[in-house]
Each structure stands twice: as structure tokens, then as C-alpha cells.
Ligand binder design. Structure first.
Ligand code: ARG
Length: 412
């Protein structure tokens, strides 16, 4: 009889290499290793298939989902304006649902009954993977070895690997946990666990230290079509290329470093350091264009939606009715978010250089301090009287009760 199959979210690192062996021993599964290429880079991806087979996998898939990640996940997130706790551009969180989706698709293709992942029992990622799996195929069994096995640490894993002669990936031992994709790199744990200490400068990979950035500002422009970035310096670029190019430009100017103590979904605070160079520029420029094109009430309402949308992404609630409903709202708001934003990049900073849009609601004739015919200043008086009526009434009542009180005092 053929063995039951399990799809394993495989990264090629120590943990998932150990998991391959452990799953075979514990459950007697046939292992189908799946690696999603989300832009983590060549060093992580080369030799992966061989590595997986050597660790004991029966079949390996390396899936390039970069395009899908940018187009169907990251760009809608940019349109929403989502930023978690005012700083985190959600680089890890946004990649999880699309990885989960591909794991489910492959499980169904190969006829696997279960999906396993190497996320730990303390973090957000386990929740995000499993919510995606449950939403898309609730009949798949989920196995999270870190919540099940007796290993407590990396050194336990290494010991097990030695015992079972599992080839240990030769990557140098890192003093923190790293998650990289085309949108960002995250660093957590290890020496970063002390929030009183700044990260050591040698850690960063996508951005230079702002102090070492060029002494001359660089001017760039980003063009947008309905809230989607489509060109840099008037050169049209496909979504993936555009993000890569912005990563390069922003990284050169030391833009996009974030250091944050954030609230995890499971309740504890944790310290994370992130590099999101291109994303920082896109978020900035998109906000700028919205300020220029959206009416006041929509803009303000959208700020509230962005907070909720960021929570949904962070909490792994992507495949939900609420996210879809908010998308419908956001899509409508983006109809007029087209135009061009010029920026100056200088030593970790982004400064607005100019705005252009055929859809702008900015009307110089209305806003001007010069004489104009459009706006009758006399109208303002009636507006102030009516809009201020509640506070006028409240003021009258306050005075009346104070007078009553003073008369009381005078009588006694
Ligand atoms: N704290 C961030 C988040 O929850 C980053 C997580 C990084 N994950 C990892 N497996 N290294 O989204």
C-alpha cells in the first residue's frame, strides 16, 4: 500500500531538514517538500532540491510565486495603506497567505492528507499558515512539529540531526532569526531580544547606513494608475521589476530601516528589526497621492480602514469575508488615485518633490490667499454659527448654571 503523503513547507534550513526525518519516523509519511520562491534570493534557493532529497524527501517542488505575491497581495496592501502599529510594513505577514495557498494547491495535486510547517509555537507565522490552510481546505490535517516534539532549541535539533546523520545545512550560525522575501527582511531573536540595544550595523543587507549614503539627494518619480505603481522616472515597469528597482534605489540611500517593539497575536511583545526599502518609498508616495486626490471624508475613513486591514494581515486573516469586503471599498477609493509623485531621497529620508494628477481635488483658486471670485468669505459666518451651535448652547448653559450658583452664594 502506498504511504500517506504530507506536504512540508520546506526552507532548506536546519529546522525543516530535521522535520523531514522526524515526520518519516513519527508518522511514516512520504514527504513532499515545497519551497515557495518569494524572493528570498539565490543563496537560500540554490541546491534546495538536492538538499531536500538528501534529507529524505520523496518529491520536491520549488514554486516561483513572486509575481502573485506582488500583484495579488502586496499591491492591494499598498492601496489599503496598511501599516501595523504605525511602523511595520508587514513583509513577513503578507507572504504567509500566498505560501499557504500554494501548499494547499500542491497537497491537493499530489493527494496529500496533511501539511506540515516549521513555524514555532510562539510566533505569528503558525497562525497565518494555518488560517490560510483552514480557509482553503479545512480537511487537511496540520502538523506543527515545534508544538509537538521534545526539542526545545536549535541545539536539540542539531543533536538530533547528528544522531540521525541528517546533513546539517552549512549556513553559518546566525545570532538572530531572519525571514527574507522580495518586500523585506526581518530580524528577530538572539542578540536583538534586548530592546535597550541597537542592532549591530553589520546585520543589514538591503540598506546601507544612512550615514554612508550619498551626500547628494536623488530625485525620482513614481507614476500610479488607480493606486497601483506602474513607472519609475516615466519608465514603465512590471510589478516585480518595479519593486526590485525601488529596493535598489532606496537601499542605496539608507531608506527603510525599522526597529519596533510590536504586539504579537499570541499576546507577548517582541522586538523586530526590518528592512523594507522599496516598500517604504511606495507607502510614502501612495499616501502623498491620496492626500492630493481623495476627498476629505474618504481619506479620513480610509485611515480607519487601513488600521483594520493591517490587523487582518498581521493576524493572518487574509482569506476572510471582511478582508474581501474591505478590498471592495478600497478598490472604489482608488479609481482616482492616479498621477505622479516626485521624491527626493537623502540619507534615510524621503522628501516630497512635487505632485501631478488629473484627478486632484486641490483647487488653487479655492485655497489661494490672493483675491478670488470663487469663494465668498461671507458664507463662512453662517457656517461657523451653525456648525458651532452645539458649543454655543453648551456655553450658554454653563454660564447660566454658574450665575445661578453665584446668586445662591450671595443669598447665604
Ligand atoms: N514579527 C514579524 C511578524 O510577525 C516577523 C516575523 C518573522 N518570522 C520569522 N519566521 N522569522 O510578521
Amino acid at each position: 500500500m502506498a504511504k500517506e503523503k504530507v506536504v512540508l513547507a520546506y526552507s532548506g534550513g536546519l529546522d525543516t531538514s530535521v522535520i523531514v526525518k522526524w515526520l518519516r519516523e513519527k508518522y511514516d509519511y512520504e514527504i513532499v517538500a515545497v519551497t515557495a520562491d518569494v524572493g528570498q534570493g539565490e543563496t537560500e534557493l540554490t541546491g534546495l532540491e538536492e538538499k531536500a532529497i538528501n534529507s529524505g524527501a520523496a518529491q520536491v517542488f520549488v514554486e516561483d510565486i513572486r509575481e502573485e505575491l506582488v500583484t495579488d497581495y502586496i499591491f492591494p496592501m499598498v492601496q489599503s495603506g496598511a501599516v501595523y502599529e504605525g511602523k511595520y510594513l508587514l513583509g513577513t505577514a503578507i507572504a504567509r497567505p500566498v505560501i499557504g495557498k500554494r501548499l494547499v494547491e500542491i497537497a491537493e495535486k499530489v493527494g496529500a492528507g496533511a501539511i506540515a510547517h516549521g513555524a514555532t509555537g510562539k510566533g505569528n507565522d503558525q497562525v497565518r499558515f494555518e488560517f490560510a490552510i483552514k480557509a482553503l481546505n479545512p480537511y487537511l490535517k496540520i502538523i506543527a512539529p515545534w508544538r509537538e516534539w521534545e526539542f526545545k532549541s536549535r541545539s536539540d535539533c542539531i543533536e538530533y540531526a547528528r544522531e540521525k546523520s541528517i546533513p546539517i545545512p552549512v549556513t553559518a550560525e546566525k545570532p538572530y532569526s531572519i525571514d527574507r522575501n522580495l518586500w523585506h527582511i526581518s530580524f528577530e531573536g538572539g542578540i536583538l531580544e534586548d530592546p535597550a540595544r541597537e542592532p549591530d550595523g553589520g546585520m543589514f543587507r538591503l540598506t546601507c547606513d544612512p550615514l554612508d549614503a550619498p551626500d547628494q539627494p536623488e530625485e525620482i518619480s513614481i507614476s500610479w494608475e488607480k493606486g497601483i505603481p506602474c513607472a519609475i522616472n516615466d519608465k514603465e515597469l512590471a510589478p516585480l521589476e518595479l519593486v526590485m528597482e525601488l529596493n535598489r534605489i532606496a537601499g542605496k540611500h539608507g531608506i527603510g530601516r525599522i526597529d519596533l517593539v510590536e504586539n504579537r497575536l499570541l499576546g507577548m511583545k517582541s522586538r523586530g528589526v526590518y528592512e523594507t526599502p522599496g516598500g517604504t518609498i511606495l507607502a510614502f508616495a501612495h499616501r502623498e497621492l491620496e492626500h492630493y486626490t481623495l476627498d476629505r471624508e474618504t481619506l479620513h475613513y480610509k485611515e480607519a480602514v487601513a488600521l483594520k486591514y493591517a490587523e487582518l494581515i498581521y493576524y493572518g486573516l487574509w482569506f476572510t469575508p471582511l478582508r474581501e469586503a474591505l478590498d471592495a471599498f478600497i478598490r472604489t477609493t482608488q479609481e482616482t488615485v492616479s498621477g505622479k509623485i516626485k521624491l527626493k531621497l537623502y540619507k534615510g529620508n524621503i522628501v516630497v518633490g512635487g505632485r501631478e494628477s488629473q484627478h486632484t481635488l486641490y483647487h488653487q483658486g479655492m485655497a489661494t490667499f490672493e483675491a478670488d471670485e470663487l469663494f465668498d468669505q461671507k458664507d463662512a459666518e453662517g457656517f461657523i454659527n451653525l456648525y458651532g451651535l452645539p458649543l454655543t448652547i453648551k456655553g450658554m448653559m454653563n454660564r447660566k448654571s454658574r450665575q445661578g450658583h453665584e446668586q445662591e452664594v450671595a443669598k447665604n
